[in-house]
Write a protein that binds this ligand. Structure first.
Ligand code: 5GP
Length: 225
């Protein structure tokens, strides 16, 4: 008897300011809905305590990463903070062909490339209700140097300028509600809880707040572009 082919799964691109709780929301979404599968990226950065190779990332040497770039194994890749991160084409294809909706947890540059290459992708940017909690989370990880923390904050300030290119902007004020909201958006059922204009205004407010915090930390030359 011929086996019925599974319906090809969708693509859900999720980005968000560093420290916004993106990982927790994604975990929640996946625990509630088994049809999601996480795209495990390749990275040249070292594993953080508790991170597992092949589950959180494929941790690879810079030479391996460059070889994979040459072999065109990435759907997209980006280099920042002196590290490389990339989405593996075959890995995503395999998961989608098995019927999973694949979640890509990637930053803005990669997200925009994926949206260009895969017009059916649903893209979501997660923002915090305010900057204070964000800064607490960025600084509270305890695994990073002051310079790395500052870099993450600068990246967040810069990213804020392109948030409006995402299909949806969601405010993570509650993990459960945010996960449910993103699930509805991924299925094309329903809009975001906070109207887009309001979410974009909030993004600008968080950007301004972060800029002030960076100045207080001694980064007087940070001017959002
Ligand atoms: P972290 O080092 O904190 O795990 O990730 C840093 C940033 O890299 C996060 O914003 C994350 O979304 C992004 N990232 C992770 N994997 C990829 C990837 O494959 N491609 C791109 N463009 N960004 C990624």
């Amino acid at each position: 008897m011929a086996r019925r082919r599974k319906k090809r799964g969708g693509l859900l691109v999720v980005s968000g300011f560093s420290g916004v709780g993106k990982g927790t929301v994604i975990k929640k979404l996946m625990s509630e809905h088994p049809e999601y599968a996480f795209s495990v990226s390749a990275t040249t950065r070292a594993p953080r305590p508790g991170e597992v190779d092949g589950k959180d990332y494929f941790f690879v040497a810079p030479e391996t990463f460059d070889q994979w770039v040459e072999e065109e194994r990435f759907l997209e890749y980006a280099r920042f903070f002196n590290r490389s991160y990339g989405t593996l084409k075959d890995h995503v294809e395999e998961l989608r062909n098995a019927g999973n909706t694949v979640i890509l947890d990637i930053e803005v540059e990669g997200a925009m490339n994926v949206c260009r290459l895969c017009p059916d992708a649903v893209s979501v940017y997660i923002i915090p209700p305010d900057a204070k909690e964000l800064v607490r989370r960025i600084t509270g990880r305890g695994t990073e140097t002051e310079e790395q923390i500052t870099n993450r904050m600068i990246k967040a300030v810069r990213e804020a300028d392109i948030v409006d290119r995402y299909g949806y902007v969601v405010v993570n004020d509650d993990v459960d509600a945010t996960a449910a909201e993103i699930h509805a958006l991924a299925q094309g059922k329903g809009g975001a809880r906070v109207p887009r204009e309001e979410a974009l205004k909030l993004t600008k407010a968080v950007q301004a707040e972060l800029t002030e915090i960076l100045k207080d930390r001694g980064n007087r030359d940070i001017i959002p572009v």
